[in-house]
Design a protein around this ligand. Structure first.
Ligand code: HEC
Length: 258
């Protein structure tokens, strides 16, 4: 008789060789008891995932995204700020050695070396040691990278003018104006005014305020339009004296004359 004939070999004598359909092998007697991937492990994973998913949903409902006004591609005065996880790269581009003529250095070369080294790390550092203290070069570079990222992010946050940023991104509700009024018709004929104050008369951030910004009287408004004010040249009005008066009255009535 041949040795082993009719005998089934299994990895562990405590695990029966016969597999029952849909019942996972019983690994319970192994040291460091494990469990079946399907369905036990996957079910746990899925439950944890569901908890986080619901958590995020609740968070997004409770805290709305800090949105700003609708993006305006013609507004060159708007200074965009990247999200927090890119702030360190953003800050890097502010230093002289990485900006201006050296933008390529700050935008491509320095981050390229840093992230390239991260990719190459498994090939560069092939020693068997796992303890950080026994790998001074790798550990040192990692600490340096973490320190630089924290420092640059901190610098970027503390150098940013948050008040100005809130102002330039503020959502301003558009005031209702009576566009069927003759005053508005006269306004539409004033190409120069529209260029600064906009067709809706309500200003452009960084260029001109809303014409309704202050509660001026009709006479004051006529004076402003004729003589100008700092930031706005006078003598731009194209029309008759009568039209000027109608427009000034219209503005004085906040665009809503009865
Ligand atoms: C070069 C851009 C520019 C143009 C063109 C211009 N404005 Fe102005 N306007 C301004 C600025 C800036 C101010 C705010 C000045 C200040 O700080 O008081 C202003 C202020 C005003 C105000 C006072 C608003 C307030 O409540 O403070 C009125 C009214 C006004 N403009 C009407 C006009 C009219 C009408 C025209 C066209 C004839 C015109 N503007 C053309 C830039 C402009």
């Amino acid at each position: 008789m041949h040795r082993g004939k009719g005998m089934k070999f299994v990895g562990d004598s405590r695990v029966p060789a016969e597999r029952m359909p849909n019942i996972p092998k019983d690994y319970s007697e192994y040291p460091g008891k494990t469990e079946a991937f399907w369905p036990n492990f996957l079910l746990k994973e899925w439950m944890v995932g569901a908890v986080f998913l619901v958590g995020y949903l609740v968070l997004t409902v409770a805290h709305y995204s800090p949105l700003e006004r609708i993006a305006d591609p013609t507004d060159a005065s708007y200074i965009p700020l990247p999200d927090w996880y890119f702030l360190f790269l953003y800050q890097l581009l502010k230093y002289e050695f990485a900006s201006g003529d050296y933008t390529v250095l700050g935008a491509v070369v320095i981050p390229g070396i840093a992230f390239g080294a991260l990719l190459l790390a498994p090939f560069l550092d092939r020693g068997p040691e796992r303890r950080p203290i026994k790998r001074p070069i790798a550990s040192g570079l990692m600490l340096l990278a973490i320190a630089s990222i924290f420092w640059l992010t901190y610098e970027s946050v503390s150098n940013h003018d948050w008040e100005a940023a809130a102002k330039q991104g503020a959502i301003v509700e558009e005031r209702q104006i009576d566009t069927s009024h003759q005053g508005y018709e006269i306004w539409l004929q004033q190409g120069s005014c529209i260029g600064c104050h906009g067709e809706n008369m309500q200003g452009n951030p960084g260029v001109a305020p809303s014409v309704f910004e202050h509660d001026y009287t009709k006479e004051e408004i006529m004076k402003i339009i004729v003589e100008g004010v700092p930031g706005m040249p006078g003598g731009l009005f194209a029309g008759t004296e009568e039209e000027l008066e109608i427009l000034a009255e219209y503005i004085a009535a906040d665009g809503m004359p009865e």
